[in-house]
Design a protein around this ligand. Structure first.
Ligand code: NAD
Length: 296
């Protein structure tokens, strides 16, 4: 009895589950993909035959799935088999409404629950340095914190049900908009005859500073680890940026919030992805701005 059940052993879930085993937790995993079974056993994770088998007897259940519909389908199933007192945590990036519906499924069975999406990407998942943004009761947060600490560096309680997903969409809407603005500035600088490094040296220590410049500069040179130095291989794929921007726009529309910069960034990433660049890093949008392709 006891231990952690982990459902969704993909690019993020597998390294997160491996970090739980490294921290001494007994982890049982499940994924629809047969390929995950081999990878799980190499990481010391027992592989269950089904989601129901996976959660039976677990103290904590974590899901890391593509979207809200997958999370709700899995939670509808697993709340039936989770033991009394168990904590359910969803770390996928999903819409706020589905996150709240998932909390309601757990509450109806008397189970604790958290929405706990992450920032930090596959690198942070492997290194155990993710940021978790948590929504749920104080009791659920207290019960989950030590488990999340095995996978992340910063664990923030953002508020009640859905608050973690709300923080995630707000953060990534800022990221999408600042990346477009940063790319625009570097292209403008090029056309004004200003050197990339000179612009970086000024902006990285001035009021135009943001993570998009200092950690993820969209031109080669100033930040050696940024995808711009590696042919814009992700990193963070443009298709995932678009997914998060779409979630921000759905959330904004659902409550009548006005987000024109977020909407503009969403439109630009829609064009970028539609032109076949979804698998490119999201900072690669600079090439389209440079060519003016997105303005046609
Ligand atoms: P992924 O596609 O690699 O993994 C998802 C896994 O879920 C797959 O292995 C799939 O087989 C499995 N799955 C789907 N439906 C299932 C079901 N019903 N039962 C069991 N398994 C099922 O995706 P990922 O990159 O690991 O992302 C997972 C979530 O994390 C997404 O919501 C994503 O937006 C979010 N996220 C990803 C990143 C990133 O950099 N990849 C960063 C932050 C957040």
């Amino acid at each position: 009895m006891g231990g952690v059940a982990f459902i969704g052993l993909g690019n993020m879930g597998l390294p997160m589950a491996c970090n739980l085993t490294r921290a001494g937790h007994r982890v049982t995993g499940f994924d629809l993909s047969p390929a995950a079974k081999q990878a799980a056993s190499e990481g010391g994770i027992a592989f269950a035959q089904s989601a129901l088998d996976c959660v039976r007897g677990a103290d904590v259940v974590i899901t890391m799935l593509p979207a809200g519909k997958h999370v709700l389908a899995v939670w509808e199933e697993i709340v039936q088999a989770s033991q009394p007192g168990a904590l359910l945590i969803d770390s996928s990036t999903i819409d706020v409404e589905s996150a709240r519906a998932a909390h309601a499924l757990a509450a109806a069975k008397g189970l604790l629950s958290l929405d706990a999406p992450v920032s930090g990407g596959t690198g942070g998942a492997s290194a155990g340095t993710l940021t978790f943004m948590c929504g749920g009761s104080a009791e659920a947060f207290a019960a989950g914190k030590s488990y999340l600490e095995a996978m992340g560096k910063r664990i923030v309680h953002c508020g009640g049900a859905g608050a973690g997903q709300a923080a995630k969409v707000c953060n990534n809407m800022i990221l999408g908009a600042t990346m477009v603005a940063t790319c625009e500035a570097f292209v403008l600088a090029e056309k004004l005859g200003l050197d990339h490094q000179a612009l970086f040296d000024v902006v990285s220590t001035s009021s135009g500073q943001s993570w998009s410049t200092t950690n993820y500069c969209p031109v080669p040179g100033p930040v050696p680890a940024s995808p711009a130095n590696n042919g814009y291989k992700p990193g963070f794929a443009a298709s995932l940026m678009l997914k998060d921007l779409m979630l921000s726009q759905e959330a904004a529309a659902s409550i009548g919030a006005v987000t024109p910069m977020g909407a503009a960034a969403t439109g630009l990433y829609q064009r970028f992805v539609a032109e076949g660049s979804g698998e490119m890093d999201f900072s690669g949008i600079i090439a389209f701005l440079r060519e003016g392709t997105l303005l046609d």
